[in-house]
Ligand binder design. Sequence first.
Ligand code: TPP
Length: 373
Amino acid sequence: MIDTLEFYNYLISKKLDTFYGVPDSLLKDICACITKNSIKEKHIITANEGNAIGLAAGKYLATKIPAVVYLQNSGLGNTANPLISLADEDVYKIPMLLLVGWRGEPNTKDEPQHVKQGKITLEMLEVMGIKHIILTDDFKEQIDYAYNYMMETSKTIALIVKKNTFSKFSFEKNKNVFSLTREKALETILTKISKESLIVSTTGKTSREVFEIREKNSDSHERDFLTVGSMGHTSSIALGISLSTNKKVYCIDGDGSLLMHLGSLAITSKNAKSNYKYIVINNGAHESVGGQPTVAFDLDFKNIFVGLGFKHFFEVSSTEEINQKFDLFDSSELAVMVVNVKEGSRDDLGRPTTSPQENKKQLMEFISKSKVE
Ligand SMILES: Cc1ncc(C[n+]2csc(CCOP(=O)(O)OP(=O)(O)O)c2C)c(N)n1
């Protein structure tokens, strides 16, 4: 196991002191260490992983020093375009050090959405012409090697991080002012949604909680689409469904997920019918992967949503407010409800026990069954 602070300090000693990225559960401790020790200008938690590659390119152009870009391997797809068409040796040839959390590593147990990505992670990097090193306790030699490689070749290199690579590192999170939990908010919202309607919930613990609330209430899962992977695309999946059914479709997004592909919401507002309902559970954090902050609490969501073309905006922070405002939200066209919650979740929160394909089958049967009726 690598001492997290020692790893961080070694990077700093090589002048690799600028960090951009999207947090990952396998990188939780190193992300916490970076957040605690880096000044604002040297660490930016980005909207998506491509955003981080762009920043790293800019940093190199201005300083000749590569930046460190951290990401879960799920985010490799988001990096592919700027890595291939910007940083690649056939284009601008801009080096950066990637720190990639290896979810779904072959022969380890992981969730279904990580299995394929885990299998093809090294291959994807190879196809993109990116050398990779599996990070081990010999991290100092590995960082030396990566540093010299970047300096000599001006190419990008990746350090691959397996599960349990870094030692525990905790940081004092900025507590937000809200007292409602995400699970309680979801529980309240779910009671308000008719049994004829559909739910598309976002990546991470939100979908896990939706699943568990259904189990607790002995409800079926046939009305829910759990977006276990493809972070940031929940609103688009919901839009796609809503355009082809008359049922109401409630998208339950997270702040990190909504920020990841914010532009999609402009397309949503222009194309959604009155059956599309958008709910954001806002805890100002990437809570599912360690609680690193997003910029959500610094934003003016009302103006953002109105500017994007949504017609009605509701903001709530308690179960009472959800109960008071839900009916109006529900009957208003192109409406958004932002639900402010505190961070955190139950320690014993489970995971869906049905597979993604079972979930898909049930949902599709539910949609088609009710079309005939
Ligand atoms: C493309 C991509 N990048 C990173 C991740 C890792 N990841 C899973 S959930 C999550 C945080 C989601 O944050 P938010 O939408 O605010 O929901 P919260 O966890 O706070 O409820 C992240 C970063 C991922 N699954 N996919």
